[in-house]
Design a protein around this ligand. Structure first.
Ligand code: TXA
Ligand code: MG
Length: 360
């Protein structure tokens, strides 16, 4: 593609003037960094093949991984999806605007590449007001994947977007840190056997079961290393994702065993870091970065991706991460950490006799 290399990527606060400028760029089929309540997105006109091609190019995204379409409100859902089941309307009513993406049969007018060859489209209404304003002024639904280079942690600040996208896109709208911090829950409503979560997020199965009155299951393989022959229900499940440059492992077990293990490793090797809870920082004799308080999974979600980026900035080579509690959004935090760790899990129960390493 003949694309422009932008000499410099500009950042502007999410004011009326800059949102208007960003909407102009969208109308010229350009890509703009967009704040949402989950993570920053790379937004472009979802009906334009040229604009959507630019997203894939800026991100370095595999062509077989579809994009989420962001709409202003549920009233326009019929412009991007069709054969919309009543369950979709009930969930939209309960959770939009908010961090829930619904996978539905796609409308034929969408740019082909948005769905990456699938007959479906992922759609959500973001809760961030600047994003809503941008969609309204652009006059079109916006396709937007997370605004990281493919494979690196999702960006939760405009500075993270700039670090990955400098010179690759013209403009980033800065609305401060994203309050949720992990990407939306992705729920498919196209399966014969009921609603299926393709990616865990802030909206939990229990939240959705309460609205739908039927079971909501996790897709097979959501938290495990895909076997070669495994065909995931969502293309995104087969990519590692969220990985800092360091070699990350998740350690399960009590803090005392974690501390002993990491301190031993740090004696034997350079560049060893702990990724731990805030209260534990001062109890460790190795370099450490926190991803939030131990008993607050929502705060952990908000802090995780910035912590993964900070590990790179501080030169971590080998990282041992504490395992989060799995209630509520904890399932999403654990899912992102597992992917960052390439599904390497060490149980400190099995130590010191063996390293206890296992691959989920
Ligand atoms: O919170 C979010 O969802 C953020 C913000 C920017 O909205 N977006 C985001 O997009 O995380 P992305 O592209 O990084 O992740 C989208 C995920 C991928 O795993 C993709 O495979 C899956 O959703 N997905 C998208 N459309 C799909 C479809 N039609 N069928 C199955 N999976 C789909
Ligand atoms: Mg992503």
């Amino acid at each position: 593609m003949r694309d422009a290399v932008w000499m410099e990527t500009k950042i502007g606060a999410a004011s009326k003037a800059f949102i208007t400028a960003a909407a102009k760029l969208i109308q010229y089929n350009q890509v703009v960094g967009m704040p949402t309540e989950t993570v920053y997105g790379l937004a472009a006109n979802a009906f334009s093949d040229e604009a959507v091609a630019r997203i894939f190019e800026a991100k370095g995204r595999p062509q077989d991984n579809p994009l989420i379409v962001h709409i202003e409100n549920a009233d326009v859902l019929g412009t991007v999806a069709r054969d919309i089941p009543s369950q979709a309307w009930a969930l939209a009513e309960a959770f939009w605007p908010g961090p829930l993406t619904l996978v539905l049969p796609r409308a034929p007018e969408l740019a082909e590449a948005v769905s990456a060859g699938l007959p479906t489209v992922g759609v959500r209404v973001p809760a961030n007001e600047a994003a809503q304003h941008l969609i309204r002024l652009s006059g079109t639904p916006l396709a937007a994947p997370s605004a990281n280079r493919s494979g690196s942690p999702s960006p939760t600040t405009a500075q993270h977007v700039l670090a990955d996208m400098q010179g690759r896109i013209p403009f980033i709208l800065d609305d401060g840190p994203c309050p949720v911090g992990v990407e939306s829950t992705v729920l498919s409503l196209t399966k014969q056997d009921g609603p299926v979560i393709l990616r865990p997020g802030f909206v939990t199965p229990e939240d959705m079961e309460a609205v739908l009155g039927c079971p909501v299951r996790f897709a097979e393989g959501i938290d495990s290393s895909p076997a070669a022959e495994f065909i995931p229900e969502s293309p995104g499940m087969k990519y590692r994702h969220y990985a800092p440059k360091a070699h990350v492992s998740l350690l399960e077990g009590p803090f005392e065993a974690f501390a002993r293990f990491v301190e031993q490793k740090a004696c034997a090797q350079k560049g060893v870091f702990a990724l731990c809870f805030a209260e534990e920082m001062e109890m460790l004799a190795v370099p450490a970065i926190s991803y939030g308080p131990r008993d607050d999974v929502a705060a952990q979600a908000a802090a995780l991706f910035a912590a993964l980026r900070a590990l790179d900035e501080q030169g971590a080579q080998v990282v041992y991460a504490r395992s989060p509690a799995t209630g509520g959004v904890g399932a999403a935090v654990r899912n992102r950490l597992l992917r960052a760790a390439g599904f390497r899990v060490i149980s400190t129960n099995d130590l010191p006799e063996s390293t206890g390493e296992k691959n989920l």
